[in-house]
Design a protein around this ligand. Structure first.
Ligand SMILES: Cc1cc2nc3c(=O)[nH]c(=O)nc-3n(C[C@H](O)[C@H](O)[C@H](O)COP(=O)(O)O)c2cc1C
Length: 236
């Protein structure tokens, strides 16, 4: 896994793979090319490469219809009920999400793939691997093992890694599986270097009934103060 995510392979992906791929989003709209800051070639190595699939003990329990990671809603200091929901393949986004949930005194829910992503699945240097194949199919909707019940929440923060400048298609599955209508929704991501803009445009477009309140990219290992500053800016 470590060898899979070396800078050399990012460069390889940039030079060989991305030149051949037209990035496309959940909405199915093909894109002509990634924004400069979304180039795989410009991003540094991910700082964590251990797949949850490789470390089952770190993954919360999954059960369809019975979200084990979700606790009873609790009001934050403003009286609103907030859920931080994330998908994380290698742990970087999970760390940010759990810090955010703790700072907000919000509930935390981890969305899991019905079939966990293996290290091989995440090898973006190989055009035949699962993540690559899913990304290249705008209609792909990888099944999720669990989904949060949002009925008790006023605000939902959705966290995910950036894959090829976008959210993993599993996030599309989540958005199409859960009713976000009337919720305030913010998005956050972790990435090697790509910004959140491409993912945010896509997700906001998929949530016309929600009140989109912002999006933020964090580096892996983002500091508590970085996370707190963004949460403060949301004025929840
Ligand atoms: C399939 C795949 C595609 C990726 N694409 C990008 C990308 O386009 N831009 C980027 O900056 N990082 C990219 N990364 C790196 C991840 O965004 C980064 O390591 C992130 O922090 C992983 O989050 P996680 O540990 O929560 O899964 C990619 C990683 C994988 C596995």
């Amino acid at each position: 896994m470590q060898g899979m995510l070396t800078r050399r392979q990012f460069v390889f992906v940039s030079a060989a793979a991305l030149s051949a791929l037209a990035l496309s989003g959940c909405s199915g709209n093909a894109e002509q090319s990634p924004a400069p800051n979304e180039s795989l070639g410009s991003k540094p190595e991910p700082t964590s490469t251990a797949s949850a699939a490789d470390n089952p003990s770190s993954a919360p329990e999954a059960s369809v219809g019975a979200p084990s990671a979700q606790t009873a809603p609790q009001a934050n200091s403003s009286g609103g009920k907030i859920l931080v929901a994330c998908f994380s393949a290698t742990g970087n986004t999970r760390a940010v999400a759990q810090t955010a949930a703790a700072q907000l005194k919000a509930d935390y829910f981890e969305v899991e793939a019905a079939v966990p992503y293996s290290s091989k699945d995440l090898d973006y240097g190989d055009s035949s691997t699962r993540a690559t194949v899913e990304h290249n199919d705008p209609s792909a909707r990888p099944a999720i093992a669990n989904a949060p019940d949002l009925s008790a929440y006023d605000v939902v923060l959705i966290g995910h890694p950036i894959w090829w400048g976008k959210a993993p298609r599993l996030i599309c599955t989540l958005i199409e599986s859960v009713d976000f209508a009337g919720k305030k929704v913010a998005e956050f991501c972790t990435s090697g270097s790509s910004g959140v803009e491409g993912a945010a445009a896509e997700l906001e477009g998929m949530l016309p009934g929600a009140d989109w309140i912002g999006a933020k990219r964090f580096a892996a290992g983002a500091s508590d103060s970085d996370i707190a500053n963004w949460l403060d800016s949301l004025a929840l």
